[in-house]
Design a protein around this ligand. Structure first.
Ligand SMILES: [Cu+2]
Length: 169
């Protein structure tokens, strides 16, 4: 009986083993996390300024406009430069919710920055855009590479709602 209890403990302990790391070891980030933090702060200082007249913070960096429709992204290929903070204005012209993002892109290529009232929850890889609305997101661009851009809805993806996010060095 005591032996059976021991085996039960071993079994339970085995089940609660740590999950594998989220980032595969064969794809290490280009720079360490603390270096990215410093780069992000530096980039933010260049693109967020206080308007002398209104006293309000404003974004003075580059803006990319992306239209989400049934069933495509326009443009379907986006280019960003590593180490910059960009604004992406997402416009959904359709009557259903579409999503912008990609798992790899948001794991390695970019990190949402919550600025000017925009909010992307931590760990969200596909950003929803409600029907007939615009939404601004701000991204700190990280590891150079080519990442899949897609809509989260599987049949939208199959219908052609895919693209490429290219991070240039
Ligand atoms: Cu969609």
């Amino acid at each position: 009986m005591r032996l059976a209890f021991f085996f039960l403990i071993v079994l339970v302990a085995g089940c609660s083993a740590a999950p594998p790391p989220a980032v595969p070891l064969e794809q290490p980030p280009l720079r360490p996390a603390d270096e990215y933090r410093a780069l992000r702060e530096q980039a933010l200082q260049g693109v967020v300024q206080v308007n002398e007249v209104t006293g309000q913070k404003e974004f003075v960096g580059a803006t990319e406009y992306v239209i989400l429709s049934d069933f495509q992204f326009s443009p379907a290929e986006l280019h960003f430069r590593s180490g910059t903070v960009v604004r992406v204005r997402l416009s959904n012209t359709a009557l259903v919710t579409h999503y912008f993002g990609g798992e790899e892109f948001f794991r390695l290529g970019a990190e949402p920055v919550n600025l000017m009232g925009s909010f992307v929850p931590r760990g969200q890889h596909h950003i929803p855009v409600a029907p007939l609305t615009d939404r601004d997101i701000f991204l700190f661009i990280k590891d150079p590479g080519v990442y899949l851009l897609d809509c989260f809805v599987p049949n939208h993806r199959a219908a052609g709602m895919v693209g490429r996010l290219v991070v240039d060095p």
